[in-house]
Design a protein around this ligand. Sequence first.
Ligand code: CAA
Length: 394
Amino acid sequence: MAVQAGALSLAMSDEHEMLLAAVREFAQREIAPVAAGYDESGEFPLDTVRKMGDMGLMGIETPEEYGGAGLDTLAYVLTMIEIAKADASHSTILSVNNSLYCKGILQFGTERQKREWIRPVASGAEIGAYSLTEPMSGSDAGNMTSRAILNEARTHYIINGRKSWVTSAPYADRIVLFCMTTAEAGHRGITAFLIDSKAPGFSRGKTEPKLGIRASATSEIIFDDYACPVEQVLGGVGQGFKIAMTVLDAGRIGIAAQALGIAEAAYAAALGYARERQAFGAPIGSYQMIQQKIADMKTRIEAGRALIYQAILAKQRAEQTGGRYTTEASMAKLFCSEAAAFVTDEALQIHGGLGYSKELPLERYYRDARITRIYEGTSEIQRMVIARNELGMR
Ligand code: CAA
């Protein structure tokens, strides 16, 4: 596989091929067999998450000096697809550690912060989280009420507030938190903090009972006079909103890859069933109505893959020039998440009543795919971002 854009090209190296084979084998051997059980119980799969850490998958793009695997975005995408094929919940946990937590500290942290805060999470020894959303602000991310006030001695920020929908929060050891330091400054008054969840003043609220990705734990987190040392401000006071948005650009490529992985798993099942299932004296795949579904599913999957590769190239270009790849990341996330909805729905339909049964993973793929149109920015927000950038409007 090779994709070209300007002077940049995206090609599978021997290292990518080896990683792909190793992750695929691991995901099918260790994760796929336990996915339905974890989905049913809603338990956090700590055992297999630790194994992903042992394989170096919890900090794929993090340099080795900070405890990661030192690979590139293509390696991250290939991994996300393979893990999501086996189980979307595992890929959600993996994506938060990799992109939402490590990425921001790598790009905006001081050398000391990188050494202290990245290694435990990139190595998989600890779980990371990213906390932007609040009960009254999701899409309108700049409108938050959590407050951080500098104490008189100017040594600590005293944080108070409640954040919601924090992926991995029930198990997170460390969290990148966004809250207001200057309320009257709007989004320019938001600051990012590095939070130790074992410190006093931190607690967890209700865990969300979810439709899908049920083994990925999501909860509220509560700050009650949490004293955060000034050394744990990430990227400068008032820089939080830009950090949050920059991190989400990278995160959205990961969610696109997750959606593609779920779609691929559903598609593979549908293809096999269409070949084997007999009706009216022939395999159902011989009928044009099923063939139309197969053709449309395959076309959307490959179109989604092309958008992901385009986004990776745009990210590489932006990293060289200091520009942004917001539009490409949003297009990949928007298209792949909607393709996953279409593909999982059609794959379930091809299976008929069997697809609706918990005996097969089709209904789980269908439920798991749904979140990819919501988290890290809804489809409506992705359309808004793409259109605003195209129109040159904000
Ligand atoms: N990169 C860098 N900077 C960016 C940026 C980006 N992608 N997007 C915007 N900015 C900057 C702008 O340049 C602007 O900078 P100035 O202050 O210098 O002018 C500033 O941020 C404000 O930009 P906007 O005026 O465009 O901001 P807005 O308030 O209109 O909203 C938005 C922008 C795109 C709608 C944004 O609020 C957004 O993405 N919302 C969705 C949030 C989201 O994805 N939430 C999910 C959270 S994570 C999650 O799902 C939970 C989990 O644990 C997985």
